[in-house]
Design a protein around this ligand. Structure first.
Ligand SMILES: Cc1cc2nc3c(=O)[nH]c(=O)nc-3n(C[C@H](O)[C@H](O)[C@H](O)COP(=O)(O)OP(=O)(O)OC[C@H]3O[C@@H](n4cnc5c(N)ncnc54)[C@H](O)[C@@H]3O)c2cc1C
Length: 389
């Protein structure tokens, strides 16, 4: 028997939070049954969204009803769900404050509140489209359906953003979408990026640049978006370059969750400073952050949240059982990158090892589509670890 009851509080019920609560509920089921451990998840959303679907909804590869499930269906036996928003995190006093005004104390805390979008950061962005939320993906789908030809630009407004390959995937997919609709000869498609290459990792950038060249897609590098000139329909860069558009698809600026900024536990953009191996919030060995919420130099990706949840759940369970926690995160990241409708490659890398270059093929595309249907069970319910793609 434990000398006193331990409460684990998880903030957020997205990819990281769902995996976390399922792993802990499974690993600690006997302690939960005997009343020695309580697991509480604080999450305001009724729906859990599978965000990779937002890339495929606009081009009719996935149906919008496949993008979400009721959050209640993911909450395992033994976990208490408080349907509320956390409004303050008090690390020094081991407590969180909820929207209802209630205070909840904890023995262990896991912050997995993800990222938020802040379109107000760029003037004129309201004249553009994106696919980084469910509603935005549906809106883009309607705009694409009405589009009959012209200049299309795709890019990002700032770094960091979720799923680094997603904008280039959207560009490559759009080429095939327009070809399927028989209007590719009426479209001029341009991808823009703030770095001197099309993707942060060198070998992968070469592969993706070749794919774009082969498909007749233009790209403009070192293009740091300053503002959108809505009247003249131009994107204007900090460097003074301009890109004309009829349809602009731009990933809005990302920030950490409001509660992180409001509680003063993140940097000025709201990303939480964590130890890159233990994932402890720096200075607090009873509090962790995982997923998009951290300031780690890794991709903001579901696979990262999955690998991190494995490490943090083991550390918490070891401590509860009286062992020294030894589990460490090695920076592992894994994702499929669609290079069009019908082809994909896969990237696997960590802090020490860059990804091997894998030629795009139909098999990875098929695996990705199959995985999209399996996500709810094998990942969100954590039946298999490390299969977030
Ligand atoms: C278009 C697109 C494509 C993508 N494709 C891939 C891919 O192919 N592979 C991949 O690995 N990743 C992909 N990702 C990224 C992946 O979806 C995210 O990295 C992942 O969801 C991060 O998980 P998370 O738990 O950190 O955040 P989220 O899943 O965003 O969850 C955050 C949760 O916190 C909750 N929350 C927010 N504020 C509060 C608060 N104050 N109190 C309590 N709860 C709060 C929210 O309601 C939400 O439930 C993609 C993302 C996008 C947008």
């Amino acid at each position: 028997m434990l000398s006193e009851m331990k409460r684990i509080v998880i903030l957020g019920g997205g990819t990281g939070g769902s995996i976390m609560m399922n792993k802990l509920a499974h690993g600690l089921r006997d302690r939960i049954k005997s009343g020695e451990v309580e697991i509480v998840v604080v999450n305001p959303s009724e729906r859990h969204y599978y965000q990779p679907a937002f890339l495929l909804i606009p081009v009719n590869v996935m149906d919008e009803r496949e993008a979400y499930t009721p959050f209640s269906s993911l909450v395992p036996e033994g976990v208490r769900w408080i349907r509320d928003r956390t409004v303050r995190i008090d690390l020094d006093n081991r407590a969180v404050e909820l929207g209802s005004g209630d205070r909840l104390s904890y023995d262990y805390l896991v912050v997995s509140t993800g990222a938020t979008l802040d379109p107000s950061g760029v003037e004129g962005l309201e004249d553009t489209y994106h696919f980084y939320s469910f509603d935005a993906a549906r809106r883009l789908k309607r705009a694409l359906a009405d589009f009959e030809g012209g200049k299309v630009v795709v890019g990002i407004s700032s770094i960091p953003y979720r799923c680094p390959p997603a904008p280039i995937e959207m560009t490559l997919i759009l080429r095939d979408y327009f070809a399927r609709r028989g209007i590719w000869d009426k479209v001029e498609l341009t991808y823009f990026y703030p770095l001197p290459r099309v993707f942060p990792i060198e070998g992968v950038a070469e592969l993706l640049a070749q794919e774009m060249e082969r498909k007749g897609i233009n790209y403009s590098l070192m293009f740091n978006l300053d503002h959108v000139d809505v009247e003249r329909k131009r994107l204007v860069s900090l460097e003074g370059e301009e890109l004309e558009y009829d349809l602009a698809i731009i990933v809005p600026p990302h920030r950490g969750a409001d509660v992180v900024r409001g509680s003063g536990i993140g940097d000025e953009d709201g990303w939480i400073n964590v130890d890159k191996y233990t994932l402890n919030i720096v200075g607090y060995d009873d509090a962790y952050a995982i997923g998009d919420a951290t300031n780690l130099p890794v991709s903001k990706a579901g696979s990262v949240a999955d690998f991190e949840a494995e490490v943090v759940s083991r550390r918490i369970m070891d401590e509860i059982e009286g062992y020294e926690p030894t589990s460490k995160y090695n920076g592992k990241t894994m994702c499929f990158v669609l290079t069009g409708i019908g082809k994909a490659t896969v990237l696997v890398f960590d802090y020490e090892n860059p990804p091997p270059i894998v030629p795009p093929s139909f098999i990875y595309y098929w695996l990705k589509l199959a995985y999209n249907k399996l996500y709810w069970n094998i990942t969100a319910k954590s039946i298999l670890t490390g299969v977030v793609l």
